[in-house]
Ligand binder design. Structure first.
Ligand code: ZN
Length: 481
């Protein structure tokens, strides 16, 4: 029996590092901490030493304004930073400088929305607020000779984040994933986020049924896992006895379950108050307008343009644009080979699938649009069959080798000579005599026979010649019978 009734409500808090910045949010320390020695990028400000004063990174504010505009949020004219007080070793000042929409604070953005399409339907998920804040440091737990130690690395402390908070208006785990994808591609189009940086986008999610307990899941960095964790908690909410209060969960990536990490702090536990070391920032309309004018083409506009310019369906356009590198790859390929449908088919169904399965970084890989255009052209011109192309693609997608050279090098040749096809067709017909009789009644048996021949020849037979030969042989055999 389902315990809970009513609508499922999911809200997301999405933390995005502004990877376009060269320095941290309040100090001149470099922001490229990945691959650095622990505590290399630190200074008295980001270490929170007494007597230091934070100075706001102007470009961080401009980037956050761009994020607000791109997501339809209202940029506030008067912005105040707030202190969120809590004690934790990764937060060396014992408070985080963030933004808060109560207790005398304001966030940079209010409202806004993320558009998603699910099953051909467009939907707007409303946003509550957008804020700027600093990232905490990182704790590294190590166990050596049975002794557990925790190290702290402050390289990440003070990195600029934009936090995007949705209303709890997402009604299924799948939608949550689409919201994350849309936010990611929007910020990548804006040029403020490079998602290939590990941990550059992280998310907290909360889930509840109207009037029931609320579960929060903290700090997940993979979209697939957000969806999985939400599905898991949805089931618990539906089948387990009513829970009393709000619980915070930590998603165990390896275990695939969520574990209780702590009772949720109430907002008042953080004793928010306006940050006294940073004067309020006044954002003039002129600045907002300048940033608005310099906005690049954003995903929603790009989807519309793809439909208009390339004549593809909105559904297909949305899928392509949901990942900027894929959309870029598509456009570059179409510029070389003007066949959008075919390019989209090969890119989405074959290339992206291989990138995923082989774990290849979309944004940085050896296979180029020229390579895909050439492969499709080789099929069209009859140098290789589709099946051969799929086989070739497995290789060249990771090595970047030219398709034509690869085909030559491994001696892949399309088989066109009937005398090479006949023995294979005959052997298949001999193995299964029933095929011969059925082929007369049912055209699809011919497809089946062609498929079997292709299997034996690794897909190298010219499909038209093969089909003609199959029909010819069947006719011959039937008249001899
Ligand atoms: Zn610093």
């Amino acid at each position: 029996m389902l315990r809970e009734t009513g609508k499922l409500k999911i809200g997301l808090e999405i933390h995005v590092q502004l990877t376009n910045l060269r320095t941290k949010l309040f100090c001149p320390c470099p922001s490229d901490y990945r691959g650095k020695k622990p505590n290399e990028n630190v200074c008295p400000i980001c270490l929170g030493l007494p007597g230091t004063l934070p100075q706001v990174n102007k470009r961080a504010v401009e980037s956050a304004i761009a994020v607000c505009l791109a997501l339809g949020a209202k940029v506030q004219p008067y912005v105040v930073f707030s202190r969120k007080n809590y004690f934790y070793p990764d937060m060396n000042k014992n408070y985080q400088i963030t933004q808060y929409d109560k207790a005398g604070g304001t966030t940079i953005g209010v409202g806004g929305y993320v558009t998603i399409s699910l099953d051909g339907e467009r939907k707007r998920i409303p946003l509550r607020r957008i804020q700027i804040e600093e990232d905490p440091g990182r704790l590294l737990h190590v166990e050596k000779n049975g002794v557990k130690k925790t190290y702290i690395d402050y390289n990440r402390a003070g990195i600029a984040l934009v936090e995007i908070v949705t209303e709890p208006a997402i009604h299924q785990p799948k939608e949550a994933r689409l919201v994350l994808e849309k936010v990611q591609t929007t910020l990548e189009h804006l040029g403020v986020l490079d998602p290939s940086f590990e941990g550059s986008m992280r998310c907290d999610a909360n889930i509840s049924y109207a009037g029931g307990a609320r579960i929060e899941i903290k700090n997940i960095s993979s979209f697939k896992e957000v969806e999985q964790a939400l599905r898991f908690e949805q089931l618990r909410l539906e089948y387990l006895p009513k829970m009393e209060s709000t619980v915070t969960k930590r998603w165990g990536e390896k275990e695939g379950i969520t574990a209780t990490s702590r009772e949720k702090e109430m907002e008042e536990d953080y004793r928010y108050f306006p940050e006294p070391d940073i004067p309020p920032i006044i954002i003039e309309d002129k600045i907002i307008e300048n940033i608005r004018r310099s906005l690049p083409e954003l995903p929603d506009e790009r989807i519309e343009r793809f439909v208009r310019e390339y004549g593809i369906s909105e559904r297909l356009a949305s899928i392509l644009v949901s990942e900027k590198p894929v959309a870029d790859f598509f456009e570059k390929t179409v510029r070389i080979l003007n066949d959008p449908e075919e390019v989209a088919y090969w890119l989405m169904n074959e290339v992206v699938r291989r990138w995923r399965e082989l774990g290849i970084d979309y944004r940085n890989n050896k296979f180029k649009p020229e390579g895909l255009a050439k492969l499709i052209r080789m099929i069209k011109e009859g140098h290789i069959t589709k099946r051969m192309a799929k086989q070739v693609l497995w290789e060249i997608v990771s090595t970047g080798e030219d398709a034509e050279e690869y085909v030559k090098r491994v001696g892949l040749k399309i088989i066109r000579k009937p005398e090479e096809l006949v023995p294979v067709i005959t052997s298949i017909l001999d193995e299964n005599p029933k095929l011969l009789k059925d082929a007369f009644k049912n055209e699809r048996v011919i497809d089946y026979i062609c498929g079997e021949v292709q299997k034996k020849l690794q897909g190298r037979a010219d499909p038209t010649i093969l089909r003609d030969e199959v029909k010819r042989l069947i006719g011959e055999k039937m008249s001899n019978a």
